[in-house]
Every structure is written in structure tokens, then in C-alpha cells.
Design a protein around this ligand. Structure first.
Ligand code: TXA
Ligand code: MG
Length: 339
């Protein structure tokens, strides 16, 4: 480990980014970097996160700088188990039931922050709530246990880009800007966690994601629909949920039932448009029409269709049930008008 960077002062573009295997040595090295205030991208079951010590303001500031986030959005705090979460957020009966049912897993709970919450104000961006999750990935859990502190982590991509679902995606966006990438292979779920506001008197999905609405309702009962009054539709109440996000550089055309010559086609299911031969490139999210497989392929396929010359990416309709809600949310953001 004598080649670890000796300083983690933030100098985007000027860092040497270590590649670490997700084995005990690599996880130990990654945990040491986190404890030292550095930035480590690590695998979770949803997407790769860009982690920093959540209790250190300077370390958290490094995340915003490396990602080029235009402003300070609150970050999700990752912990290894519910006990650690309860030192950070206040869990009522319903929040406890949800955590016990779905952690580790792709559910982020937004709960009131606990008095004495050790997370830096910068990570919370001034909110009196905190977003917490226990990721279901062995390397992430081992890293969190070894770091011995909460780790805040947004997706490990440059701001506005498509989220990374393998280590090569992370390197493409952040090589030279972060201290290390812990390579745990492809992420099995492929879309970010479901963010659920779970405060007394309000239960609401702020971002659809890897855990579907129906599963949550079996534990917590009916979830309020839509966003609270006074929230504009293009700016949901999870402050980072801008309308245009997860955006490839190429234009994206939704609900494509035919293909214009030369377009790239993001297909779904066994039956392609009758003129699919006109497409320059076709990638199928799931030829079997399986939404779980489609979620796992979504961001990787978008990146591949976006590589090379900028041609429109035509996207076939995806059913809006189950994980389809999260897939369609991300596709709508990919297609939205760019700022
Ligand atoms: O699957 C995931 O959730 C991944 C992996 C790495 O865990 N993380 C992720 O983080 O997607 P990020 O930063 O890309 O998205 C976090 C979202 C943002 O939209 C942010 O505004 C919202 O969570 N958020 C964080 N704290 C919040 C809070 N207290 N209230 C409302 N929204 C919050
Ligand atoms: Mg993100």
C-alpha cells in the first residue's frame, strides 16, 4: 500500500486513480483511503457510488468537486447495518419495519435527522431530514464495516451523465479525479435505489428505483401519489431530481414504434419495429421482455448507444409496471430538454 497517494487535497484531473480489486486487500486499502478523507468509487447492487467519509466536510466537498455538481444536493448516507443508521436518523415504527424488511437492499429512507447526527452539514445540504441506506452488495458492506463510519455516496458519474453500472463506466467519467475505484464487476440491479420519504404523517416515493412500489406497500400500506403541493412538476422534492438528468450526449426519442434511417435503437422485448433494419445499431434491454434484466442493462446500453457519432437514440416503449416505473423515469430524464 506504499503507493497510496500521500495527500488527498482535492485537485480534480491531477490525481492518480488506483484500481483496487474487491478482495480483502483492496477493500482494506479503500477503507484506509476513506478514513484518510479520500474519494473511493465502490460497487453497490444498484449503481457505483462515489464515497467519502460522511462525517468530514472537506471529504464531502471533494465529491461535489470531482463530479462537477453545480450545486450542493444532499447525499445518501450509506451504513453497514440498521444500528448505525439509527445514530444518524430517527426511525419511527413504520421506518423500522421498512428497514427490517428491505435492508440490505435498494431502498433509501429519508427520515428526520437524529439529534447529534454525526453527518457533515454539507452532506445534508441544510436539510432536517437525512437519506440513508444499507446497500446489498458484499463489497460495499465489507467496505462500510472496514471504514467504520458512515459513507455518503452519490452515483459515481460526472454530474448529469448516465449512472455507472461497472468499473469501466466510472473510469470513463472520473479517472484522474478520484483516489480509487473498487472493482466489483457489474451492478446486478442497474438502476438507483428507490428513495422513500418516511417521516411522521408522510410516506412518499421521491424517486422510483430498484425496489418497486408494490413491495413497499406490502409493508407500509398505501403510498401517497405524486409530489406535495407547491412542488413544480419538473423539480420533484428530492432536490437532485432535475428533469434533465442521466443524459446521454445524443438526442433520445421515446416511445419509438418505428426507426428512422441511421438511428440507434434501444429495444425492449421480442418484437422489434417492422423497419428495425434501418437502425445503425440495435441493443435490446431484454429480448424476453423481462424488466429486471432491462433495468440491469439500461445505463450500460445507453452508454454504448451514445458512443461514437451523435445519432438519435430511439427507445421502444417499456411497460410502466414494477421496475418499469424506475426505467421509464430514467428514460424520461434522458430524453428531457437539456438546460
Ligand atoms: O442507488 C443509489 O441510490 C445510489 C447508490 C450509490 O447508493 N446513489 C444515488 O445517489 O443515486 P445520488 O446522489 O445520485 O442521488 C441521491 C438523491 C438526490 O436526488 C438527492 O436530492 C436525494 O437523493 N436526497 C438526498 N438526501 C435527501 C433528503 N434529505 N431529502 C430528499 N431527497 C434527498
Ligand atoms: Mg446520480
Amino acid at each position: 500500500m506504499n503507493d497510496l497517494p500521500s495527500s488527498h487535497s482535492v485537485a480534480p484531473g491531477g490525481r492518480r486513480t488506483l484500481r483496487l480489486a474487491a478482495d480483502p486487500a483492496g477493500i482494506g486499502a479503500a477503507a484506509a483511503i476513506l478514513r484518510d478523507g479520500g474519494l473511493v468509487a465502490f460497487p453497490t447492487e444498484t449503481v457505483y457510488g462515489l464515497g467519502a467519509d460522511a462525517t468530514s466536510g472537506p471529504a464531502v466537498a471533494g465529491i461535489y468537486e470531482a463530479k462537477g455538481r453545480p450545486r450542493f444536493n444532499p447525499l445518501i448516507v450509506h451504513v453497514a447495518e440498521l444500528g448505525a443508521a439509527r445514530a444518524i436518523g430517527r426511525f419511527d415504527r413504520r421506518a423500522l419495519d421498512l428497514a427490517k424488511a428491505f435492508w440490505p437492499g435498494p431502498l433509501t429512507l429519508v427520515v428526520p435527522r437524529e439529534a447529534g447526527c454525526p453527518v457533515s452539514d454539507l452532506a445534508l445540504a441544510g436539510h432536517d431530514t437525512v437519506a440513508i441506506r444499507v446497500p446489498a452488495h458484499p463489497a460495499a458492506l465489507a467496505l462500510l464495516a472496514a471504514a467504520g463510519r458512515p459513507v455518503c455516496a452519490p452515483s459515481a458519474n460526472r454530474s448529469g451523465h448516465v449512472s455507472p453500472t461497472d468499473a469501466a463506466h466510472v473510469a470513463a467519467d472520473l479517472d484522474g479525479r478520484i483516489d480509487a475505484i473498487l472493482d466489483g464487476g457489474p451492478c446486478p440491479v442497474g438502476v438507483e435505489s428507490t428513495i422513500l420519504l418516511c417521516v411522521p404523517g408522510d410516506l412518499r416515493i421521491l424517486r422510483p428505483g430498484g425496489l418497486d412500489r408494490a413491495a413497499i406497500e406490502t409493508v407500509a400500506g398505501p403510498i401517497a401519489a405524486g409530489v406535495p403541493e407547491g412542488t413544480s412538476p419538473d423539480r420533484a422534492i428530492a432536490p437532485g431530481m432535475l428533469a434533465s438528468h442521466y443524459a446521454p450526449s445524443s438526442p433520445v426519442r421515446l416511445n419509438a414504434r418505428s426507426v428512422a434511417p441511421g438511428e440507434h435503437l434501444l429495444a425492449f422485448g421480442p418484437t422489434l419495429p417492422s423497419n428495425a433494419d434501418a437502425a445503425a445499431l440495435i441493443l435490446n434491454l431484454s429480448t424476453a421482455g423481462d424488466l429486471t434484466e432491462a433495468a440491469a442493462n439500461l445505463f450500460g446500453h445507453l452508454r454504448r448507444l451514445d458512443a461514437g457519432p451523435h445519432v438519435t437514440i430511439a427507445v421502444m416503449p417499456v411497460p410502466d409496471q414494477g421496475l418499469g416505473e424506475a426505467i421509464n423515469d430514467r428514460l424520461a430524464r434522458a430524453a428531457a430538454e437539456r438546460p
